[in-house]
Design a protein around this ligand. Sequence first.
Ligand SMILES: Nc1nc2c(ncn2[C@@H]2O[C@H](COP(=O)(O)OP(=O)(O)OP(=O)(O)O)[C@@H](O)[C@H]2O)c(=O)[nH]1
Length: 464
Amino acid sequence: MKANALIRQEVADTDAHNVIIGSNNVMEGNHHEMSHCLPPPADDCPSIEALDKLNIAALVYQCGERITLEGINCSARTLLNHFDTIRTDEPWQWVPDETDCHPVQEWCRDGAATECGQTPRVRWLRFNECGRRMALNLTGCRLKSKGKVARVMLVLQDCTQQIVQHEELRRSQRCISSIINATPMGICVLTENGRFEMVNPAYCRFHGYEEHELIGRPFSMVVPYSSHQYLRRQQHGAMGSRHGHAQHFGECELVARHGQRHTVIVESVRIEGEDGRPRDVVFLVDISERKKLEMALEEKNVRLEYLATHDELTGIRNRRFGISSLEAALEQAERQDLDISVALLDIDHFKRVNDDHGHTVGDQVLQQFAEVLSRQLRASDILVRWGGEEFMLILPGIDVSGAFQALERLRHSLALELFSPSGLQVTFSAGIIDARGMRSNDLVESVDQKLYQAKGRGRDRIVS
Ligand SMILES: Nc1nc2c(ncn2[C@@H]2O[C@H](COP(=O)(O)OP(=O)(O)OP(=O)(O)O)[C@@H](O)[C@H]2O)c(=O)[nH]1
């Protein structure tokens, strides 16, 4: 292939190179046949072989009624995989589907008529000889000869890699956005001013807003007013934090469209936006239902704990709690070498109350009895309903005489009390023992004996 005179071409289109170089080369073997009808050589431009050195694939076409291929360089041949078959009388044979190249052909045809206008940029896919898909970018420029456009040069660029990468990027973007759209987790992106920039469907559903109702509005609109200050502190604190760094993780309350409050777990991460400015990506999971169940369970547990340690009728400690408290108090007294007294109280002739006034009045008397006793005791004293109309009183740090005085006070104050709506009078008998160094089983037996003695001696008395 032999180079003719060089031409220089100014291209109007800014998309193409500002100065594009071409040649009016002809195909080897056709040179003599074609050269007589060739337009005059283009002005001072290097040959398309010179473009080979830059690895630029170029073809030169003659413009006019009949377009002919005037030259093709080695880079273009290699790219098109047509080493021996390129023919000048079939100028578009390398185009897989001519319609794809239609704008370029049109442009070449018009090349002679007008020298301005848009340089076409065409991209299409073809398969090379190995059946591999290939993407080509095509750019054209017009070459002047003696002031008139006589030729066009097409530059081909293999952009397969670019296309493949672009397609992969698009695929992964589609995949990411379908995951974001399908996830049950609410996701939103906030600008550095705390305004919604992006919200996913779960986030919209969660708050009961449409996407357009949230975009551009402040995040504070979904935060309860009482937490605004906290939110500002969070945002302020996040200013200097690093990208990809978790800002905040925790449980908080957010307000939905109609004021419903939701308990959510929020995690936010700082990222860099496309404009280089910081953004916060906020992930939230609605745990309102779980929270309700947790609270109901907690209430049940509190109730169970109460029932396990309290007497339902009187509200004071039950026997089970009494036994463990007794053991703990005995242990502590021994460890600290302290006094400890234990008393067993029994309401006198309680059967008569039930028999004469009914079980309900009996219950009321038991409740009032426990209430009066509790009112008069110290915080360190432990009153236990031991069973039926029997009560145990554990008095840590009190010796027997102190306990005796305390119980006497109780006995006297009970004498002034009228029980139940029926206005009954109630007395009790009690036994007291010095419980230091005793084991709980022996202790119960011996205090019970003292109580028995008090009953035997006529009731309404205390035996120590
Ligand atoms: N209303 C009511 N009565 C109870 C309860 N627990 C036990 N009692 C009754 O308390 C009465 C106890 O009677 P007794 O053990 O004979 O003793 P008492 O009548 O108090 O006679 P003394 O103890 O000898 O003075 C029984 O009638 C039991 O049914 C209760 O929770 N509510």
